[in-house]
Write a protein that binds this ligand. Structure first.
Ligand code: TYD
Ligand code: MG
Length: 487
């Protein structure tokens, strides 16, 4: 038998050495080298010498490549996962033979999501659920709870309701040994296999502990080979490490076709599913779920989740953020109060604090508001993270409204990026955003000048207020000039 030799691979940069070092010699990170089995030399494929270009004598060699035009096109038959939200993030459903990694913090609901989805898929196709973390009994208990929810409540997705017979084709395997999992995959040849989680699997050939970079990489690669060969769609669960990376850093992301992350606030019940990478669809799509006492439910109208819903109060502004192709109407709240510290406090939840600093500086400089003498707190309702600059105008309006103790007229949304010179810059997908605002009953939208969308807005029943600068936009939104009558 060929001798296997060890190789040490850096988990951070991927450098390989034959010897163990405490510190990677190429990237300098500490304790990042992990052992891996190097393929024995005899196994390594050697390239055959290319035949002499004497075509007359040599028998025509079978060509492996073909013109791209000649490659047959097979329509992708996607499998519906049972959740419209999950399908959207996957790009329209699960592609057979694809590898999907679902990452997220422990306890966020990855197992619940996949088990519920397995229930729905098992009604139509064969599914293998490998639970490496929980015993078969535990999974069965959860399955029972979800089944009861299906029967009794609206918490379950509509597609599953009543459609899942108890004897659906769902096989359960509670196992951590990679070899046994592979054998089961080969003998069952399921259409979908779920591995929960990849970090709990263990390859006996490697000496390193389960969950280490080497183990994760080897296990995932072995599973991927089989899945591709027999056209099994593979869903891998991966935990996020302390640093917020999918373990091991980036090794899995290269291997899989799609990386989804499941995130949410520990204190809020909604969960957001995003695609970070997707070979079969767009990334930055967003799926929204809500964790109920009996499993995850889809939220098909997420804007309602992020709207405060109370009476309008001073210091609130409504924006339309875009997550991928999905517009979300979100409420922002600002509190501006006289500081009692040497340097004023600034804090922001759901928006980068540097962005807030920048907007405050623009307001101070271009509207002459003495905000450096005031504390300023900003929060996005519902715990959503808003990263895009299109929220700038909303932040500025909320701050000014709180500072001047004004209430924005109800039914107004604010969309626009703020330049350092106080000008309002255009944003992407404005039409989509206006559509969502109109759908939720908003009647006025303040947007950057030159959008050319006045006819569209009129059709939607929205009053479109265009502004070229922050001062103009605030006059349009609040009806008074915030720069006059300084308190
Ligand atoms: P789980 O899917 O086990 O998380 P992960 O696999 O990502 O670690 O979800 C665990 C949490 O979800 C747990 O804290 C309890 C909660 N939960 C509910 O609130 N309702 C339910 O119906 C289920 C099954 C779980
Ligand atoms: Mg789990």
């Amino acid at each position: 038998m060929a001798k296997t030799t060890s190789l040490f691979v850096c988990g951070e940069c991927g450098a390989q050495t034959r010897q163990f070092f405490g510190r990677c010699s190429s990237c300098g990170s500490w304790n990042s080298l992990v052992e891996q089995v190097a393929p024995a030399a005899a196994d390594q494929r050697r390239r055959r010498p290319v035949a002499a270009p004497d075509a007359a004598q040599a028998p025509a060699q079978a060509r492996r490549s073909e013109p791209i035009a000649a490659v047959g096109e097979r329509p992708l038959q996607r499998l519906a996962s049972g959740y419209g939200e999950l399908d959207r993030v996957l790009g329209g459903g699960l592609v057979p033979g694809s590898l999907v990694l679902l990452g997220g913090d422990p306890g966020i609901g990855k197992s619940t999501l996949l088990l519920q989805s397995a229930r729905a898929m098992a009604a139509r196709t064969s599914v293998l659920y490998v639970s490496a973390e929980e015993s078969a009994q535990q999974v069965k208990l959860r399955w029972r709870r979800l089944a009861e929810a299906d029967r009794s409540g609206p918490a379950a997705p509509d597609v599953c309701q009543g459609a899942v017979p108890d004897q659906a084709d769902l096989q359960l395997l509670s196992e951590t040994d990679l070899e046994l999992v592979l054998q089961e995959l080969e003998s069952l040849r399921p259409a979908v296999a779920i591995i929960d989680s990849i970090q709990a699997l263990h390859d006996g050939e490697l000496s390193s502990a389960p969950g280490s970079v080497a183990q994760v990489r080897e296990c995932a690669a072995a599973l991927a080979r089989i899945a591709k060969r027999q056209h099994t769609a593979l869903l891998l669960v991966g935990h996020v490490t302390k640093e917020g990376m999918l373990a091991g850093p980036k090794v899995l992301e290269h291997l899989v076709d799609a990386v989804l992350t499941f995130e949410g606030d520990r204190f809020a019940s909604h969960r957001l599913l995003r695609a970070v990478k997707n070979r079969f669809g767009a990334t930055h799509e967003l799926g929204v779920f809500e964790m109920r006492d009996r499993g995850l439910a889809e939220v098909s109208n997420p804007s309602e989740l992020f709207l405060g819903g109370e009476e309008p109060s001073s210091g609130t502004a409504t924006i339309v953020a875009c997550e991928g192709t999905r517009p979300l109407v979100v409420e922002l709240q600002a509190l501006v109060s006289t500081t009692s510290y040497a340097s004023p406090r600034r804090s922001a939840t759901g928006i980068a604090v540097n962005r807030l600093h920048q907007i405050l500086a623009v307001l101070e400089k271009h509207l002459g508001l003495p905000l450096s003498r005031f504390d300023c707190y900003l929060a996005v309702a519902g715990g959503l993270e808003v990263e895009e600059p299109a929220a700038d105008l909303g932040v500025a309006a909320a701050v000014v409204a709180s500072y001047r103790d004004l209430t924005l007229p109800p039914g107004t949304v604010l969309i626009g990026e703020l330049g350092l010179g106080g000008q309002l810059r255009p944003v992407s997908q404005l039409e989509l955003r206006l559509g969502e605002a109109a759908r939720l009953g908003f009647t006025r939208a303040v947007v950057p000048r030159g959008s050319g969308l006045a006819p569209v807005a009129a059709g939607l029943g929205l009053q479109l207020l265009e502004a070229g600068s922050i001062a103009e936009a605030l006059v349009a939104a609040l009806g008074v000039n915030p720069a006059d009558d300084r308190p």
